[in-house]
Design a protein around this ligand. Structure first.
Ligand SMILES: Nc1ncnc2c1ncn2[C@@H]1O[C@H](COP(=O)(O)OP(=O)(O)OP(=O)(O)O)[C@@H](O)[C@H]1O
Ligand SMILES: [Mg+2]
Length: 362
């Protein structure tokens, strides 16, 4: 569908433009319409759903919609970012533990499955879980009861499971990262999120949706994007998908310079500047001259030890480097981890610890 066949002036498209961000899967293409219809239909069932798709294609929105449009709406929606939770802790986080189950378990604690009772649990990045956790997950996926760690009483919950992944699960099975039985179970119902490059007819609508919302959010007057720019934007690769488009529009709203609309990344992982700055875990190795890594020890803070100053400096450098890398990879955490030469889960833990939010890039 060309731009001329998609007049953004029609009332239905105008109302779509004005919908709040991050809640709906905006688009008019047959691909996104089909996804929306499938979600609407699946939301009414209790089926376990696997949402797949590249980073930035809207998997989080899809998972939320599966809950919001379901009879479970109003009950808890619990998202578990699997790799962000250290491997040894994930099992107890999901399934809970009884008092005395392990050192430090002074009280008993329900897991997230119990907390999500009557609602939905969203297991994001499901392939990043250990075989032990996957075994227990399979039990729940089969509708069986599970035990809290150290427990003797089976716990039965009524939880709808939605899982997501941005990796190819068949490869994960081949690499022995994902149990085959869980793969078969999860691949029964799949919602595939299309890449933006496969539905470029949605670019103008999405662009105006972000233009309208960012203008409102940033207190700027809403000015529609020139039709010529919209047409040219449809030809771009959008490797970072809708997230990249949103970022570009945000920049446009703040600068009002139409040239930024065409500045997309050909290769989301082309990171020359970051390559030369390895992640430091022991001591600060890099800093921009304007931003010295070691905080000055002022008279008022004479008590700051060298060790503490080093720790703060390391944290500051790490935070900056991680933020920079995530920006350059358009929040593709797997690529960012590779570039930073740290493990994926270790990157996710740092993102959590430093409170780096996706919103910083959107
Ligand atoms: N169809 C869409 N309509 C409107 N906004 C969208 C759409 N798809 C994605 N977005 C927006 O793009 C950004 C990325 O979406 P989301 O976080 O759901 O992607 P994801 O597939 O979960 O990515 P990741 O694999 O990195 O977790 C968010 O700001 C989201 O609101
Ligand atoms: Mg996501």
């Amino acid at each position: 569908m060309s731009l001329s066949q998609l007049p953004l002036t029609s009332p239905s498209l105008q109302s779509m433009i004005k919908l709040p961000m991050h809640e709906n899967l905006i688009g008019q293409s047959p691909l996104i319409r089909e996804v929306n219809e499938t979600i609407r239909r699946l939301a009414l069932s209790n089926l376990t759903v696997l949402v797949t798709g590249e980073s930035g294609t809207g998997k989080d929105i899809a998972a939320h919609l599966l809950h919001r449009l379901s009879p479970r709406y109003g009950k808890p929606f619990i998202k578990v970012n699997c790799p962000a939770i250290p491997e040894g802790i994930l099992e107890s986080e999901l399934f809970g533990y009884e008092r005395g189950a392990f050192t430090g378990a002074r009280t008993s604690k329900p897991g997230r499955f119990e907390l999500a009772n009557h609602g939905t649990i969203f297991l994001d990045e499901i392939a990043e879980t250990s075989y032990t956790v996957q075994g227990k997950l399979l039990q729940v996926l089969e509708g069986e009861a599970f035990m809290r760690i150290g427990g003797v009483t089976p716990v039965k919950t009524d939880v709808r499971i939605v899982a997501a992944t941005n990796v190819n699960l068949e490869d994960a099975v081949k690499q022995k990262r994902l149990r085959e039985d869980i793969y078969f179970r999860l691949s029964e119902v799949i919602v595939r999120m299309p890449s933006l490059r496969d539905r470029t007819e949605d670019v103008p609508l999405l662009a105006e949706h972000f233009n309208f919302n960012f203008s409102k959010k940033l207190g700027r007057e809403y000015e529609p994007i020139p039709a010529e720019s919209l047409a040219r934007m449809q030809e771009l690769p959008w490797n970072g998908n809708v997230r990249e488009l949103a970022g570009v529009i945000k920049k446009f709203v703040t600068t009002r310079n139409a040239a930024v609309l065409l500045e997309v990344q050909e290769q989301p992982n082309r990171l020359t500047a970051v390559h030369s700055q390895p992640a430091s875990t022991s001591a600060p190795r890099s800093a921009t001259p304007a931003n010295p890594p070691v905080p000055p020890v002022s008279n008022a803070r004479k008590s700051v030890s060298l060790k503490e100053a080093t720790r703060l400096a390391v944290e500051k450098t790490e935070r900056e480097l991680i933020t920079q890398t995530l920006k350059a990879t358009l929040w593709n955490r797997r690529k960012a981890a590779k570039l930073l030469d740290i493990s994926y889960s270790s990157l996710l833990r740092r993102i959590d610890a430093y409170g780096i939010g996706k919103a910083d890039f959107e």
